[in-house]
Design a protein. Structure first.
Lengths: 237, 69
């Protein structure tokens, strides 16, 4: 077998291994999140029925959550180490690999952002109408938390002490793309804020509900623009 | 962004040096796509990057870039 063919097969095997570890990581994380939500519901529902929270129930939730986190953490670290090794071996620099991961994360964050918006907005509507309990507040906060996180990631804010990693994520081309993407996100935010203002003049409660949608939409427009610019530069220059 | 006044022989010098885009990117401490865009005239490098590229290729900035007018 020729050397390029061996390299190609090795790359495919390595990619399959990495995907298996990634899947394991996702399963572990799903296990952790599912149990965390179950634990939260136990804490909310049981006190309402004036029953003490069973210690065994909490122990099961905490223990299984810890196992899920450990599986997820182990698989993520292994998959990431393999990915970096592969990129170096198969002609991609460390910086390129990091940037690719960051861009995938930016796109992937659209999923939790949409989920939290869908689940949080009805709760925010209840609160804006003068009703609501602890759960409503948490869901309403989460609906705005994810878009803000994506916006900060896009703007590279909060990564000041990442050292070498920041240098690779922040090269000249990327800075220019970020500037262009943030400009577009700002225009989208401006348009959305203007619309929300006029809506608020007629229906103040509705305007409150629309604000997270405007922020999420503007941030997603910026993130999409950024990823597209990066891909374009990678393919055609 | 692109500037028609900038001439570049980066690709020519890089290939003459026997380097790939990835290798030059690693030497200059930037991503491959930055090298790609500079070579294709899509992106005008800063003074610092131009100096880093010149050093990585063992030449001067004038040996890589010049003004066409």
């Amino acid at each position: 077998m020729s050397e390029p063919e061996e390299d190609r097969l090795a790359m495919i095997r390595s990619e399959h291994d990495r995907q298996r570890r990634f899947l394991l990581g996702v399963l572990g994380l799903a296990l952790f999140l599912g149990l965390a939500i179950a634990g939260g519901l136990i804490l909310l529902i049981v006190p309402a029925s004036e029953q003490p929270v069973p210690v065994w129930a909490l122990a099961v939730v905490v223990l299984t959550g810890a196992i899920g986190t450990a599986i997820s953490g182990y698989a993520t670290v292994r998959a990431r180490a393999d990915l970096i090794t592969d990129r170096l071996r198969f002609s991609e620099s460390y910086g390129d690999g990091l940037q690719r991961q960051r861009n995938h994360a930016l796109l992937f964050m659209a999923v939790p952002m949409a989920l939290f918006l869908v689940s949080g907005l009805p709760q925010a509507w209840k609160l804006a109408s003068g009703q609501g309990e602890t759960f409503n507040w948490i869901a309403a906060y989460l609906s705005i938390f994810v878009p803000i996180t994506v916006g900060l990631t896009l703007a590279e804010i909060g990564t000041g002490k990442m050292g070498r990693m920041k240098r690779h994520l922040d090269d000249e081309m990327t800075k220019l793309h970020r500037k262009q993407a943030l400009s577009l996100a700002f225009v989208a935010m401006l348009a959305g804020a203007t619309g929300t203002y006029f809506l608020g003049l007629h229906h103040p409660a509705a305007a409150v509900i629309v604000i997270p949608i405007v922020i999420a939409g503007a941030v997603q427009v910026g993130a999409l623009r950024f990823v597209l610019l990066e891909r374009e530069a990678e393919r055609n220059g | 962004m692109a500037d028609p006044r900038l001439g570049s022989r980066l690709k020519e010098v890089r290939t003459a040096a026997g380097l790939t885009q990835v290798e030059l990117a690693t030497l200059a401490g930037v991503s491959r796509k930055t090298i790609n865009t500079v070579e294709n005239g899509v992106f005008v490098p800063s003074t610092v990057l131009a100096l880093a590229l010149a050093r990585a290729l063992g030449t001067t900035v004038e040996g890589l870039f010049w003004l066409t007018e």
